[in-house]
Design a protein around this ligand. Structure first.
Ligand code: UN1
Length: 516
């Protein structure tokens, strides 16, 4: 790492005190025009400030879009394999900084170290996969209906794209957007979540060190309403890719609709694991614990509903609650900790509000249910892993995304009822079925209404070589990763080359009117 690629320390930073980090615009680290900053905190100990970041204004966004627009011509005319070489270098640099970035991630958003390493690994996988895409970017060639005429469609970059990303996968999710956008020849304005600007900044540093030219990626931090919406509103930004809450998604997609701007939204989920009587119950319990409480339940794919057949309800529930009680809450860098804090105070409160709602609705609290305030825990945002039993499918805790360590067990009496309950929410990201019956497994694959289906595995853990995204209110139909990754970042251009030397009229000359 050369010193020029790293974000410079602010002149005022003293040893040991938190650093101030800047935006990255047109190849330079620059302060927000007002010089104002906001802080990023360690959710395990809110007294620890991770760093100060630029509180950007619409003018800062304008400067970022200016830079992206100016770099566009050069970048889109750089051959795709050369663009991809930079992404491959980024993969190797991410590998060499994996531990450092993962450790920062634990401090900045709370997930435990093993999972933070997985988050960085997902970005490495994506970088390697997208580097190969530089030598594909597949188009189409098809026969023409005319002689001596050639027909094909090629992918073209869209232009400047705005990428707005969440805090729960602070490196992986930006990588799903940034790498395909860049390989396809777009330039980028990147706005990360205010809870995880340092993780995002490290990803930008990696791209700079990998040799990305000035202006190709521009990094602007700050509040969503101001920074995010300024990116959306700028007419030079031709596409927006957002992962976030349904509420923000609706606002952004609505505005993009008015502006006729391409937009892809990856939003909420209310994922479920179904457990049938013939399933390996121990395996299902293990999967459910991981699916419900991995990343403290803060995944779009988290298993926040467990739909269990009445024949095995008691066996499953007893084992699941016992396993949940064994989870160890704490600081994600401590080796034996299995569940970290949630990301911030307002998330903590919103999660606990859902616990109160669940109790009021008449669900049975089987374990957990509290914000933890003993000892050092009170400095952070810790919520006990919480299980509700006897949950009715219509209760709010079974319908709304909680985004925390809370799951709801729902009893059903048949396979058909399990499918109906699983499908009975407005979301459709990830659904899972535990069964050893091959007929039921395939029936579930067919009937579950979600973008991702798992058989005998929990709802979390998607790999980057398949499409990621959901149906219904989970998004607006786009998919990230896999061979679909470049779809949202390319336009199709259909090309016809007539080498017949004469005017050939399609649909007409080859269908001459028959003489009577
Ligand atoms: C998310 O929850 O927003 O499938 C992304 C998974 C991870 C990605 C989750 N690979 O759980």
């Amino acid at each position: 790492m050369t010193s020029s690629t790293k974000s410079p320390e602010s002149a005022s930073a003293k040893a040991g005190s938190p650093r101030t980090y800047h935006n990255y615009i047109n190849g330079k680290w620059v302060k927000a025009e007002t010089g104002e900053t906001f802080a990023s905190y360690n959710p395990a100990n809110l007294e620890e400030i991770i760093g100060y970041f630029a509180s950007s204004t619409p003018n800062d966004v304008k400067a970022a879009v200016d830079a992206a627009q100016n770099a566009l011509k050069m970048w889109r005319s750089t051959p795709a394999p050369a663009r991809a070489d930079i992404i491959l270098k980024a993969a190797y640099l991410l590998e060499s900084r994996k531990e450092e970035i993962a450790t920062t991630m634990v401090r900045e958003m709370g997930k435990v170290l093993k999972e933070a390493r997985g988050d960085v690994q997902e970005a490495i996988d994506m970088a390697k996969y997208m580097a190969g895409e530089g030598r594909r970017l597949m188009g189409q060639t098809v026969p023409s209906e005319m002689p001596n005429k050639f027909a094909m469609a090629v992918r073209q970059p869209i232009g400047v794209v705005g990428l707005i990303t969440p805090w729960n996968f602070p490196v992986a999710i930006p990588s799903w957007k940034i790498f395909p956008a860049l390989v396809a020849g777009n330039t980028v304005v990147f706005k990360p979540a205010t809870d995880t600007p340092l993780c995002a900044l490290m990803l930008v540093e990696v791209l700079i060190e990998a040799g990305l030219p000035a202006g190709v990626i521009n990094f602007v931090t700050g509040m969503g309403a101001k920074v995010g919406m300024s990116i959306v509103d700028d007419p030079r930004v031709k596409a927006i890719s957002l992962t976030g809450s349904t509420e923000v998604g609706r606002r952004v997609a609505g505005r993009c609709g008015e502006l006729m701007k391409k937009v892809s939204c990856e939003l909420g989920g209310k994922n479920a694991i179904c457990v049938m009587p013939d399933a390996d119950i121990e395996l299902a319990v293990e999967g459910a614990v991981w699916g419900a409480f991995g990343t403290a339940g803060q995944r779009c794919t988290a298993a926040s509903r467990l739909i269990v057949h009445s024949d095995v309800y008691k066996k499953f529930t007893d084992a699941f609650v016992a396993r949940t009680k064994e989870l160890k809450l704490g600081f994600g860098l401590d080796q034996d900790v299995t569940v970290g804090p949630v990301v911030n105070k307002s998330q903590l409160e919103s999660i606990n509000e859902y616990v109160q709602i669940g109790k009021k609705e008449g669900a049975k609290l089987l374990c957990g249910g509290n914000i933890v305030t003993e000892g050092d825990f009170k400095k952070g945002c810790f919520h006990e892993p919480t299980v509700f039993g006897d949950v009715k499918p219509t209760m709010r805790i079974a319908q709304e995304e909680i985004f925390g360590p809370v799951t709801a067990i729902i009893k059903v009496d048949s396979f058909e009822e399990a499918i109906e309950v699983a499908n009975g929410t407005e979301f459709g990201l990830s659904l899972s079925m535990y069964t050893r019956d091959v007929h039921q497994a395939f029936k579930a694959i067919e009937e579950l209404e979600s973008g991702i289906v798992y058989i005998n595995a929990p709802t979390i853990g998607a790999e980057i070589q398949l499409p990621f995204g959901g149906v219904k209110q989970t998004g607006n139909g786009h998919r990230e990763a896999g061979t679909t990754a470049v779809e949202q970042f390319t336009e199709w251009k259909a090309v016809y080359i007539d080498y017949s030397g004469q005017l050939q009229k399609a649909q007409i000359d080859n269908h001459p009117t028959k003489k009577k």
